[in-house]
Write a protein that binds this ligand. Structure first.
Ligand SMILES: Nc1ncnc2c1ncn2[C@@H]1O[C@H](COP(=O)(O)OP(=O)(O)OP(=O)(O)O)[C@@H](O)[C@H]1O
Ligand SMILES: [Mg+2]
Length: 259
């Protein structure tokens, strides 16, 4: 469903060139959920921009549903570390925003119904008339997740969406995310610095090497269920955590050697 096939990317300025991705290949199956972790600055956000069609690879192929991504796509939802909500709109109107941009045949009532369904799912239904500034950071991020899913995208891209939240709120949002996954049918790619988050949410964790980033390692998480946090403390999860921590150490060490 999301496929990177030997992707290279570099950023060029007038005076220099920065090689960011080097022969990166991975595959996220339909309705799958993969996490990408890797050292800071290695090229993770660049991967999300390539999936969204905001930039093009200079070599290799980025495919969605088997089709090359050449231009920005409307069947994608995105959420980032700092949710940008519009202060002059209330929460319901913020969540409905993509439906004003992406073509659809929904009536106003249907749009509202869909937005309310999502707000209900993330526990924000009582705040639909509030302004973004009246919400906490965690609540704003919940609203942002609803907004990224309102147009029922086939692909959801999350770039460190919970990075700015405190540990307890973050864990709450992991549970919210699993609920959203159960009720939706999207394919998801999450970028994160948090190994436990990757293990809890994803079916597969992909570790990128230092820049230029390529796939260094990947592992299927093979968990029983996704609806309680206790599973993060099982011997299986602890083993995954240790393996992934070692891989990140290795990526950072190799990066230092290359520099
Ligand atoms: N538009 C751009 N023009 C030039 N260089 C860029 C551009 N975007 C990113 N870069 C550079 O490419 C490299 C990878 O950036 P990217 O944002 O993909 O890293 P990242 O892995 O997401 O980092 P972090 O973990 O800190 O979020 C960085 O060195 C960055 O400075
Ligand atoms: Mg980034």
């Amino acid at each position: 469903m999301i496929e990177f096939d030997g992707v290279y990317h570099k950023f060029s300025t007038k005076t220099s060139e920065l090689q960011v991705l080097k022969n990166l290949s991975f595959y996220v199956p339909k309705s799958g959920f993969s996490a990408i972790i890797g050292p800071s600055g290695c090229g993770k956000s660049t991967v999300t921009k390539l999936v969204a069609g905001l930039i093009k690879p200079y070599n290799g192929r980025v495919l969605l549903n088997g089709e090359m991504v050449q231009t920005p796509r409307s069947n994608i939802g995105m959420a980032f570390q700092n949710p940008v909500l519009l202060e002059w709109r209330n929460i319901l109107q913020n969540v409905m925003l993509p439906l004003e941009i992406v073509k659809n045949n929904l009536t106003d009532l249907q749009k509202k119904e869909r937005a309310r369904e999502l707000l209900n799912l993330v526990g924000l239904i009582e705040y639909e008339n509030n302004r973004p500034s009246e919400l906490s950071g965690g609540m704003r991020q919940r609203a942002s997740l609803c907004r990224s899913l309102i147009h029922q995208p086939e692909v959801l891209i999350l770039d460190e969406p919970f990075g700015a939240l405190d540990a307890f709120t973050r864990e709450d949002l992991w549970l919210t995310m699993s609920r959203l996954r159960e009720t939706g049918s999207f394919t998801c790619l999450i970028i994160t610095h948090d190994i436990r988050e990757a293990i809890f949410l994803a079916d597969e964790v992909i570790v990128l090497s230092g820049r230029p980033a390529t796939n260094q390692f990947s592992i299927k998480t093979e968990k029983e269920n996704n609806d309680n946090l206790d599973q993060l403390y099982t011997p299986h999860s602890t083993k995954l955590l240790n393996i992934l921590r070692e891989q990140i150490k290795l990526a950072r060490k190799n990066e230092m050697v290359e520099r």
